[in-house]
Design a protein around this ligand. Structure first.
Ligand code: PLP
Length: 392
């Protein structure tokens, strides 16, 4: 794999690269500018050459590829029956909420957090209950007292856990997961554990799937995962929900069928099998590239731009950047980067009030592109300092 290739993505219907302004570097949207594993490309070619793209279903080989991935990567046994389908994690969470909640129920999230969680909760007439993460000395942790308090509210039904956490990049430890689990059990809550970033973990950290952390949680939890983030195949729209609770699983599958969402994409099944059976060497290389990119960005910010603090991610191909010292927030902050540096970041305020002075940077692209983006924001900040008479 050549991880330095800057592959043209404009005019390919890419969301990330369809940004209207010219000459803007998109460092937003969590997909990667890297070509996927050759095994996936071959699988796509094989299917394309077959020339028939009719309704598609699952096979034993598909289920085995999923089961063996969990076994190899997380040393965890999952049962075939648990494996349910969704075209995406967010559609899956929506279907789950339609089964698990009534309008007026409370759903806890830990902001700043992946912003579609908010609209998903609101779609079902539920209230968003924020268990805002604690932020101290550049590090994030869970406010367990507040979580307990929110969980104890009589209308609170469930917690949507983001594990590892997007955007702050935390990998929750087994101890933290057990504390979350015991609060959920004490207050009879469901947990939807969105583990979409669970394969993208940096050296020195280990992602613990929720069920593995605490087996007594199996019956009250749903684990969401997918090859889409890990292998850069989000466009194939094939995600996995592990639902061990049979009653919930039956209701989920019935709703999914009711919405007409139960059939997988013809390329998605082939892509998933190729990824899980043959994609590991590619993923291992990717993790090394991301490690280098992460370190490069963090060092650059520390050396040249002390007013932008990169939060060291333990997982994800994203860096959450604290721009509080720039003295701008919300739209103004993003417009500054967009107009003065011609770099598009994800707006921190979308992830919640606690992200108002932050932006999120995607580092899954060739180093050359990262370097160009960093040099552009450096120049923009130099000008900004001159205009405000700030010397650094
Ligand atoms: C934590 C998390 N959950 C869900 C999604 C979106 O999943 P999908 O596109 O499968 O709905 C993302 C995408 O970035 C994400 O970061």
């Amino acid at each position: 794999m050549n991880w330095n290739d800057c592959i043209e993505r404009t005019n390919t219907h890419s969301v990330k690269w369809s940004f209207p302004a010219e000459d803007v570097i998109p460092m937003c949207i969590a997909d990667m500018d890297f070509q996927v594993s050759p095994a996936i490309v071959e699988a796509m070619n094989r299917k394309a050459q077959h020339g028939i793209y009719g309704y598609t279903t699952f096979s034993d080989r598909y289920f085995e590829s999923v089961i063996s991935w969990w076994k190899r990567r997380f040393h965890m046994d999952i049962e075939k029956e648990w494996i349910s389908f969704s075209p995406g994690i967010i559609p899956g969470i929506n279907v789950l909420l339609s089964v698990l909640t009534e309008p007026g129920d409370g759903v806890i999230i830990q902001d700043p957090v992946y912003y579609p969680f908010y609209s998903t909760i609101e779609n079902h007439g539920c209230s968003v209950m924020k268990n805002t993460l604690l932020y101290e000395d550049g590090e994030y942790s869970i406010d367990f007292d507040d979580l307990e308090e929110k969980a104890s509210h009589p209308r609170t039904k469930l917690l949507i856990l983001c594990s590892p956490h997007n955007p702050v990049g935390r990998v929750w430890t087994q101890e933290e997961l057990m504390k979350i689990g015991s609060i959920a059990k004490r207050h009879d809550l469901w947990i939807i554990s969105d583990e979409m970033h669970g394969d993208l973990v940096y050296k020195g950290h280990e992602h613990v799937p929720l069920f593995k952390g605490d087996e007594s949680l199996v019956e009250r939890s749903i684990l969401c995962a997918a090859p889409s983030k890990t292998f850069n195949i989000a466009g194939l729209q094939t995600s996995i929900l592990l639902i061990p609770n049979k009653d919930l699983r039956d209701k989920y599958n019935e709703k999914l069928t009711g919405y007409g969402l139960m059939r997988p994409n013809v390329f998605g099944i082939e892509g998933t099998i190729a990824a899980y059976e043959e994609g590991e060497p590619w993923l291992n290389e990717l993790l090394m590239v991301l490690e280098e990119n992460k370190q490069y960005v963090l060092n650059y910010l520390e050396q040249h731009l002390p007013e932008v603090k990169g939060i060291t991610p333990q997982a994800t191909h994203l860096i959450w950047m604290d721009c509080t010292e720039l003295g701008m927030a919300g739209e103004e902050l993003c417009t500054f980067f967009l107009e003065k540096a011609k770099v598009k970041f994800d707006e921190g305020f979308k992830f919640g009030q606690s992200g108002h002075t932050f932006v999120r940077m995607n580092i899954a692209c060739p180093k050359e592109r990262i370097d160009l983006a960093l040099r552009r924001i450096h120049e923009a900040i130099l000008d900004y300092r001159v205009n405000r008479n700030i010397m650094k």
